[in-house]
Design a binder for this molecule. Structure first.
Ligand code: BGC
Length: 752
């Protein structure tokens, strides 16, 4: 009987939902609101609290089934087997009193089966379409097994590569991360959340997690509210504007307040200021961890603090189901608070169409590793690779090269090149550089000599080096693939030393001694401190962990079938002691003049004033190894005729910047043109540069294109001395350039 009632309700809803938004008709949103209220009115307190409970699939089926039946489970994390998902849904829909479907969640971060480059690599593409496609493909594949919710994108601004999770985000810049993160949200959620191939996105970790002290995972952060609003919050706001339906709180305590108990971020900012209508889930046990933080006494206190701060669903620690009934009885948590949380959760379930169709169709042909998915992953890997050095045009490999030595622990490491957060991607589907180069070599009549030299990146044994150098000596050029194994970055994998692990540097040194042209390809989860290796190499291509199709992408780049176009999404430090190092720093009262005396130039027994009283390191100097936005191409580009539509603008105006970009080299190529501004004087000090626009422009040799950037002056707003988001009148610098460290400064003024 109840089953029939449910069917009738869902049929009515389905027909209403398909009506579209005609005048006088209820919109889809208002239909959903009505359904939410109807359902809520039928729920007992325990059933409501059950919706706020997410359990892990590791719980035994004998326990899970009865709990679902009792209405104590709203979501299951980490199920990925379609038959099991359908069986669990069946219990929820057919055997629980109200038949509310489960929300099946999993970390589908940079691909489900077809693995795209890690998000930091995608950041290097400066291409929102790469981010969109990566998320879309991930959604299509994951949804096909019944997963309808992913914990992505991670849009934590991170400026410390020691932090292992830097690999999961798009780097150091707020604007780049906002653009890429919003594209990922749209990609996951598709044209409509209601479609079976759409999955709910969950921007994370709200907020500030990327600033953990010393890069040590799970650590504390100290981000004052103004910095939070100017740097760390904008990507999350952009994600809300892109339609993100869920949010995840972060593990860190910021200035003493753990995010899962932080009313300022969860209530005032997310709900009141941004009008977020989705639901907030904790990170794995992060509400309960408030006890360890010393912010809550026990489970009861932690549950109360989390729910009252604005958390809607608890991930895996079960405090809500255990503690909330009593807390409500005692009046410590109001039923209105519970109702609001449940509304937020049910709304997303309705939006996903789960009430109409809770089951996944297991009879459909597999979409995994679809040809189009592989092609998109290859394109993403091509665009994510950054050419850091190319002395005497060592790359692309010329036709004169008849024998190449392919060496190093990452040349044929199908699992390692996939990167962090790969639960489902299979290494058997990975195409490695070795395999791809062998294929191309056949077509080009080239010989490939392969010697790994090291079994894995941490391998310290030099025993195989002789074999490697022998191969190198017989070759016309050497390509050494180094980097980090997948497990060396990602969650809980912070490092204090960012040099290449094991004997990789020694391997590069040994290869250098052969005198052969030396090309170094780095596959890693973060920027590594590779100054020495860059100096030893003729060319360096940095691909981060490039995913399933990394091999063919890199082979195309190395042989000139494709041209590198990636740009550093994060500053590459020369040494760890320089961290944090990011381009949008403040000027300080004493910026370095670059005439200061460095360590080796200091005379013995130097007087106290001889060192230059400015902000720099005696030993590391002034510069990073590579600045933000940096990346070479096989061709060259020239910027000219940079013109501003006006030099005096009002706050309501739009500044139009035009310029000519010419491909002045011999290869077709893509340039990521970047627009930076500097707000010269503010009511609080402002960064020396801020990225405001970027564009990928494809040009044939000799071709020139007129490029336009439109910049509404309203986008120069920042959180000022009064904690208000305003554009302040005054002088601005402007650069249109190939990276954050180049270009000629132009200026304009914003008038009152
Ligand atoms: C991570 C999250 C992840 C969650 C679920 C946590 O440990 O911090 O990013 O989504 O686990 O797997």
């Amino acid at each position: 009987m109840r089953q029939l009632k449910l069917m009738a309700t869902t049929l009515v809803l389905a027909s209403l939902l398909s009506c579209g938004k005609k005048a006088g008709e209820q919109t889809r949103d208002s239909i959903i609101e009505t359904k939410v209220e109807q359902l809520l009115s039928k729920m007992t307190l325990e059933e409501k609290i059950g919706q706020m409970n997410q359990i892990s699939s590791s719980i035994k089926l004998e326990e899970m089934g009865p709990a679902i039946k009792r209405g104590e489970v709203g979501s299951i994390l980490n199920e990925a087997e379609p038959q099991r998902i359908n069986a669990l849904q069946n219990i929820a829909v057919e055997e629980s009193r109200l038949g509310i479907p489960l929300l099946i969640a999993r970390d589908v971060i940079h691909g489900f089966k077809t693995i795209f480059p890690i998000p930091l690599g995608q950041g290097a593409s400066f291409d929102p379409d790469v981010a969109y496609q990566g998320a879309r493909v991930a959604a299509v594949e994951a949804a096909s097994v019944g997963i309808r919710w992913t914990f992505a994108p991670m849009i934590d601004i991170a400026r410390d590569p020691r932090w292992g999770r830097i690999s999961e985000g798009c780097g150091e810049d707020s604007y780049l991360t906002s653009v890429m993160g919003a594209a990922m949200v749209r990609g996951f959620q598709g044209d409509s959340l209601h479609l079976a191939s759409s999955i709910a996105a969950c921007p994370k970790h709200f907020v500030g997690y990327g600033a953990v002290e010393g890069g040590r995972d799970y650590n504390s952060t100290y981000i004052p509210e103004r910095l939070m609003r100017n740097v760390y919050l904008p990507p999350f706001k952009a994600a809300v504007e892109a339609g993100a339906t869920t949010f995840m709180t972060s593990f860190n305590d910021n200035n003493g307040i753990p995010s899962s108990g932080n009313q300022l971020i969860l209530k005032k900012i997310l709900r009141e200021e941004w009008g977020f209508k989705g639901f907030v889930v904790t990170d794995w046990g992060s509400a309960q961890e408030m006890i360890t933080h010393g912010f809550a006494v026990n489970d009861k206190d932690a549950a109360e603090k989390a729910v009252n701060a604005g958390v809607d669903m608890e991930m895996v620690s079960h405090m809500f189901v255990e503690q909330l009934p009593q807390l409500v009885k005692e009046g410590a948590v109001s039923e209105t608070t519970i109702d609001n949380a449940v509304r937020n959760i049910l709304r997303v379930k309705f939006q996903l169409g789960l009430f109409e169709n809770p089951y996944v169709d297991t009879t459909k042909p597999s979409v995994m590793y679809d040809e189009a998915h592989l092609l998109a992953a290859k394109r993403a890997a091509i665009e994510s690779a950054i050419l850091l050095k190319n002395k005497n045009n060592t790359l692309p490999l010329s036709n004169k090269i008849k024998t190449i030595a392919v060496v190093g622990p990452m040349a044929d490491a199908p699992y390692e090149q996939l990167g962090t957060w790969v639960f489902d991607g299979e290494k058997s589907h990975t195409q490695t550089p070795l395999a791809a180069l062998k294929k191309i070599a056949k077509e080009r009549n080239m010989r490939v000599l392969y010697e790994p030299g090291l079994a894995y990146t941490r391998d310290k044994s030099t025993q195989q080096f002789r074999k490697v150098t022998n191969a190198a000596k017989r070759a016309d050029a050497v390509i050494v693939f180094v980097g980090e194994e997948s497990i060396l970055s990602g969650e809980a994998h912070s490092l204090a030393n960012l040099d290449l692990q094991g004997a990789q540097t020694a391997l590069i040194e040994a290869l250098k001694r052969t005198g052969k042209p030396l090309i170094t390809v780095v596959m890693a989860g973060r920027p590594l401190t590779i100054e020495k290796e860059v100096n030893l190499s003729d060319a360096v291509l940095y691909s981060f962990h490039p995913g399933t199709m990394g091999g063919p992408a890199l082979a195309d780049l190395l042989t000139g079938v494709a041209t590198p176009s990636g740009k550093t999404p994060i500053t590459f430090p020369k040494m760890v002691g320089q961290i944090p190092m990011y381009y949008s720093h403040k000027n300080t009262g004493r910026p370095a003049t670059r005439n200061e005396t460095l360590l080796d130039q200091i005379p013995v027994a130097a007087g106290q004033t001889s060192l230059g009283c400015t902000s720099f390191y005696l030993d590391a100097g002034f510069d990073p190894l590579f600045p933000f936005g940096y990346g070479l191409s096989y061709t060259t580009f020239a910027y000219s005729n940079i013109l501003l539509s006006a030099t005096k603008l009002q706050k309501k105006d739009v500044l139009t910047v035009t310029f000519d970009l010419k491909n002045t080299g011999d290869y077709k190529g893509t340039e990521v043109a970047q627009l930076y501004i500097q707000d010269k004087v503010g009511s609080v000090t402002r960064p020396v540069k801020e990225l405001k626009r970027f564009k990928r422009i494809h040009l044939l040799p000799g071709q020139t294109e007129k490029v336009t950037f439109e910049l509404p002056i309203s986008e120069l707003a920042f959180c000022n001395i009064d904690m208000k988001e305003v554009v302040e009148a005054g002088q601005f610098g402007l650069w249109v350039a190939t990276d954050s460290n180049s270009g000629k400064e132009l200026s304009f003024e914003v008038v009152r």
